[in-house]
Each structure stands twice: as C-alpha cells, then as structure tokens.
Design a protein around this ligand. Sequence first.
Ligand code: NI
Length: 169
Amino acid sequence: MAILPILQFPDPRLKEKSAPVTGVTAEVSAFIDDLLETMRAFPGCVGIAAPQVGNQSRIVAVDVSVHRRGSQEENHGLLVLVNPEILAMGGKQLVREGCMSVPDYTANVQRAQWVLVDALSREGKQVILEAIGFEAVAIQHEVDHLDGYLFLDRVSSIKTDLFRRKRYR
Ligand code: NI
C-alpha cells in the first residue's frame, strides 16, 4: 500500500479522458488499495478519482460518511466504482465543492440532486445504485474527473461563485 501523489491543476493529465477498465485484476485491486489509502490520508476527503494520481483508468472512490453534511444524509459509506456510468439524474442543488487537485479554491457548483449509477464493484460485480444529496454530488464530481473535467469547468460565474481558500480541509 502507498499514498500516491495528487496531480494538481493545471496539470494537463487532469484534462484527459480516462479509459475503461477491462477487468478487476490483482493489479487493479492493488491500485484501488493505494487509491483508498491516498483518499484516507486527507481527513474529510469524500472522494478521489484514478486520474488524480496519474492513472487514466475509470475508477473512483467516494465516501461521504466522513463529511459533516454527507453523514447526516442517506449514503452508501465507502463506494468503489469501476467504469461508473450515470444512467439518469434529476433535480438541482447548488453545492460548495473543493478538490484535492485544486487546493487553493472552492466554488459553488450546480449539480443534480440524485443520480442513478451503473458500475462494477471492486469485486468486478455489476452494481446499480441510486445516490442523493451530497453523495450524488460527490459521484458527479468524481465521474467528471474521468472525463477530464474539474469543478472549475462547472462554475457558472468565476466572479461570484469561485472562492480562494488558505488551506485544504
Ligand atoms: Ni476532485
């Protein structure tokens, strides 16, 4: 297991589209362990995507149970999603987001209130799940990473919705 370095904006690798995983091999599984250890190294971090550590594979992890808001809502705890696909989404919410790859800023981003997701579990089994509220936001944010989007790309007004912060928390 290892804590992996996080790529930071404006690293061009964060703008790339990641490739589907063809099978959850032992190598992929070992990488997922590292990805989780890296996420856990940042207290309060609710999600991570493989391309953030320079691995252009469609793998994300989400765990909103460690977050003030997320823990108060219905959530799945730790989710590892391989090849996640958002099948449907609905509703609207405006949420303040941050990202380990953009440590100096937070922003208000408009996201769907719920998502229906199809993915493989880390055991390689198909899972279909519905997420709401903050967990739905985290999933949308992480799936965006797989397509080369950062929350900065989702901000409607840089003037009013983007905020500088002193440290990552
Ligand atoms: Ni992020």
